[in-house]
Unconditional design. Structure first.
Length: 365
């Protein structure tokens, strides 16, 4: 049995292999939040035929790639900037803006606080309340957003709560940030999994607000974290100029740039993913809602946050029971404001989802 201090990221399969003696190939990671369909079939079929492209340098402006992204998200080409994963863009944005005091809506991804700290800034958290199913109270947030903050950080849909902020509410947030001179960074890593993406994504607002940058990548929805391709949408031309100047040249390799162009045009794969995630999200939510010893929080993304209500059972216990079956979930006790009663898992194939749900129902019966 692991101690509560031992926690694993979705990419820690080698570590799991060493501790549990389970081959990483035999582990289904419900922790990584990656598309269960794997990579785009169009990418698989076409990328190898473009291998000779690596004999030359990529276009420094990545015009063709940015055109594909602009069409995919319905944004202006001049508002698109690309990077070596969204992580690079987060880091560059923080390095350039150097926020002294940031407000982060949490519990959420820890990398935001880390990057702010590396640039000498301090982070404060606006706490999403469990009593409200971790949904944001916009009016209350507006009261907390004083001019002493120079950055607001939002993950939408949020990890690990799988809650989402609606487009009208995001507009209200950006309005108050604009009035008080606050920049806003919106991480939309999981927005493509949402059933009602057009009601959530802030991309359409970017053209009207120069105080927001919206970040996305291909690691989760397109199941291609190894290609390291991220992008941002922002209409603040001064900020975009600084981002492009600060970046290393050719930060995205040729195959990643070509791969992005292919993936963003694979409409069959995109639609199949959305249909599968909706099907599994609805099915799993219904099954877990009927279980008396747990509470689920209605998910907007491709994963669900679960609270353990059964006495004597912790998140570490559930992690241990699941990993011994080759099923890796996320113990959420390391997230701010969560404890050893919370777990998170994403939606995988129908067969694997059934296997995990049956195990959880057995644990919590």
């Amino acid at each position: 049995m692991l101690t509560p201090k031992e926690h694993f990221h979705g990419s820690d399969l080698e570590k799991i292999e060493a501790i549990y003696g389970i081959k990483k190939e035999d582990i289904t990671s419900f922790s990584a939040n990656v598309n269960p369909l794997g990579i785009s079939p169009k990418l698989r079929a076409e990328l190898a035929d473009r291998i000779d492209a690596i004999t030359g340098y990529p276009d420094r402006e990545y015009i063709s790639l940015r055109k594909c992204i602009a069409a995919y998200v319905n944004a202006d080409l001049s508002h698109i900037v690309v990077g070596n994963g969204s992580t690079e863009l987060i880091s560059l944005f923080i390095q350039i803006t150097r926020p002294k005091k940031a407000l982060i809506i949490g519990p959420t991804y820890s990398e935001y606080e880390r990057e702010i700290s590396l640039e000498g800034g301090s982070s404060w958290y606006y706490r999403l309340e469990e009593a409200s199913d971790f949904c944001l109270d916009v009016e209350n947030l507006k009261k907390e957003l004083s001019a002493e903050f120079d950055l607001l950080v939002i993950c939408n849909p949020n990890n690990p709560t799988s809650t989402a902020i609606s487009l009208p509410d995001m507009r209200k947030i950006l309005d108050i940030c604009k009035q008080r001179g606050i920049l806003c960074m919106v991480d939309e890593t999981y927005v493509e999994f949402a059933e009602n993406i057009e009601q959530i994504t802030a991309v359409s607002l970017a053209a009207y607000y120069n105080n927001v940058i919206i970040l996305r990548g291909i690691s989760k929805f397109f199941a291609a974290p190894g290609l390291r391709l991220g992008y941002a949408v922002c209409s603040n031309m001064d900020l975009l100029k600084h981002l492009n100047q600060r970046k290393n040249p050719w930060t995205i390799n040729t195959l990643a740039a070509i791969g992005g162009e292919i993936m963003f045009t694979d409409e069959a794969f995109i639609n199949q993913t959305k249909a599968l995630i909706k099907q599994e999200r609805d099915k799993i939510s219904a099954l877990l809602t009927s279980c008396p010893n747990i509470k689920i929080y209605p998910p907007a993304a491709n994963f669900v946050l679960v609270k353990i209500l059964k006495e004597g059972v912790t998140s570490a216990d559930v992690f241990d029971a699941a990993i011994r079956k080759g099923l890796m979930i996320r113990d959420c006790s390391t997230f701010p404001f969560l404890d050893q009663k919370f777990i998170r898992f994403c939606f995988m194939s129908p067969e694997k989802n059934t296997e995990l749900i049956n195990l959880l129902l057995k644990i919590f019966q």
